[in-house]
Design a protein around this ligand. Structure first.
Ligand code: ZN
Length: 248
């Protein structure tokens, strides 16, 4: 609608100027009677072109003044306002997030968008996990915890001593069975193992009471596999200590 109005205005102005120029040229024609025909025609052509260009400039100014200044596009304003709001709300406060949630009754489900995620994961030997867990009799090597879910699956996890992320080998001697907490702590470098398989705690958490469940095991020898050949090899233990700056 707005565009149609704009076109209508431009065409109207254009017709108005054409008529005006026509009238002007007729008037000028009588004033220029005394001049030679060729000069008169040339002069008229120059005047015609000049007024024609000038009329376009005037039409542009009128159009700009009416549609950009007096009646600006409301949609444009809305968009710029929205952008402003987005920028100003980059970091909503905790209350701004919580209040809308608490203002309505809780609902069990919500419509969730599906997001396509492409992941590249290092391929693991499927037997590695199984054999490590078996070797440690499904017990955490640190806390000796042994839990199974209702289907009989062990809670314990098979951790790589030298990390898989660094292309650590799927060798059972590079493995150790750990509960979820101790697996996370081991992979985070909060503790490591000596070549004698004693637990050493990172100096970063030694005085931190939050890690008491880990610190209390300091100096203990881990629970070893029944088969001595399957215990962690010093080559992997040393590499783990080096990654997390434990003194070898
Ligand atoms: Zn544990």
């Amino acid at each position: 609608m707005r565009l149609l109005l704009r076109i209508f205005l431009i065409i109207s102005l254009y017709i108005f100027f054409i008529v005006l120029i026509g009238e002007l040229v007729i008037k000028l024609d009588s004033y220029l009677l005394k001049l030679k025909e060729e000069i008169k025609n040339l002069l008229l052509l120059i005047i015609w072109i000049f007024i024609y260009c000038f009329s376009f400039f005037v039409i542009y100014i009128i159009d700009y003044f009416i549609f950009e200044k007096l009646f600006p596009d409301s949609k444009k304003e809305t968009i710029s306002e929205t952008n402003f709001n987005i920028n100003s709300s980059i970091q909503p406060t905790k209350q701004e997030i919580i209040n809308p949630v608490l203002s309505k009754a809780p609902e069990l489900t919500q419509e969730t968008k599906i997001k396509e995620v492409i992941q590249f994961k290092k391929e693991r030997d499927p037997n590695f996990s199984k054999l490590v867990k078996q070797a440690y009799q499904y017990k955490c090597a640190v806390c000796n915890q042994q839990i199974f879910d209702l289907e009989g699956n062990p809670e314990v996890e098979a951790a790589h001593i030298y990390p898989k992320a660094l292309d650590g080998v799927d060798d059972i001697r590079n493995g150790i069975a750990l509960c979820k907490f101790h697996h996370w702590a081991f992979d985070s470098g909060l503790f490591s193992l000596t070549d004698e398989l004693k637990i050493i705690i990172s100096s970063k958490i030694k005085d931190n009471l939050n890690y008491e469940t880990l610190i209390k095991h300091e100096g203990n020898t881990i629970n070893l596999p029944i088969d001595d050949k399957l215990k962690p090899h010093p080559i992997f233990l040393k590499a783990h200590r080096n990654i997390y700056n434990f003194q070898s």
